[in-house]
Write a protein of this length. Structure first.
Length: 258
């Protein structure tokens, strides 16, 4: 198995997806010591999305066996730490590979029957499950989002960096999750809020609840935030007011290199 074929995300005993600082170092071609230093520097930001676990692991060198510290990161933490890295071509390629790996694991965990449990009616056969379940087109949406991300990653990183304002980590994770789930698809605040509460995209739901709180998130509050965010370029993102549609005011998320 080549380095390119090595897995980059895994499931622990509780069924939660994770990766490690060692995997990130290999995938981005960055010294592991530098990745650990970055994790330590931004540890307060990372632990807004759960505890970062550190462990000491042995490894072989020409001088014998030595010890090194390895960090375990969940999906949100890994996404955030990659956002803090310089966006080289190697880093961008690894970001896409990690996004695909986390989504593959998420799809393995949640079957169509599981994701449809919020329906009040009973589904009688497998065909009905596949056609009525909101997860049935999830993989297609992911593929579209990844293609859009690939296109936007070709923009000039350094030029855009000076033009955008830094945003807090919770907002950044929410926008990243929105992009991963929907790409630049137009959507109303009401539909986006319903999608979050229905957990049609788990990473988006988790990021939204971290940012707004589960009980505080309403379509009116989300719409108000979208209007405020649309007035600024938020690092790699820009929220566009597309005007009124049949079901209300339409919003679109755009992403470009920072």
């Amino acid at each position: 198995m080549t380095l390119q074929d090595l897995p980059v995300a895994f499931l622990n005993e509780e069924g939660d997806a994770y990766t490690t600082s060692l995997v990130i170092a290999k995938g981005t071609n960055i010294e592991h010591a530098s990745v650990i230093k970055l994790v330590r520097t931004y540890l307060p930001d990372l632990e807004e999305f759960g505890r970062v676990r550190f462990e000491i692991r042995p490894f072989d060198t020409a001088g014998g066996t030595q010890q090194r510290e390895v960090a375990t990161l969940n999906e949100q933490q890994a996404t955030l730490i990659l956002t803090y890295m310089r966006n080289t071509a190697i880093v961008r390629g690894f970001k896409k590979k990690l996004v695909k790996a986390f989504w593959t694991l998420a799809h393995q965990r949640y079957t169509p029957i599981t994701c449809c449990t919020y329906h009040n009616h009973h589904i009688q056969d497998q065909r009905a499950i596949q056609t009525s379940c909101p997860c049935s087109d999830k993989l297609q949406d992911i593929a579209i989002a990844i293609r859009e991300l690939t296109n936007t990653l070709n923009n000039n990183h350094q030029q855009a960096q000076s033009a955008h304002k830094p945003i807090d980590p919770k907002t950044l994770l929410f926008l990243n999750a929105w992009w991963d789930c929907l790409g630049n698809r137009e959507i109303t605040a009401n539909d986006l809020c319903r999608m979050i509460h229905a957990e049609q995209c788990k990473s988006l739901t988790q990021a939204a609840y971290h940012l707004f709180g589960k009980t505080n998130l309403t379509s009116r509050k989300l719409g108000s935030n979208l209007r405020n965010w649309s007035q600024n370029k938020l690092e790699a993102f820009h929220i566009i007011n597309k005007g009124k549609g049949r079901n209300g005011l339409m919003w679109c998320l755009e992403r470009h290199e920072i």
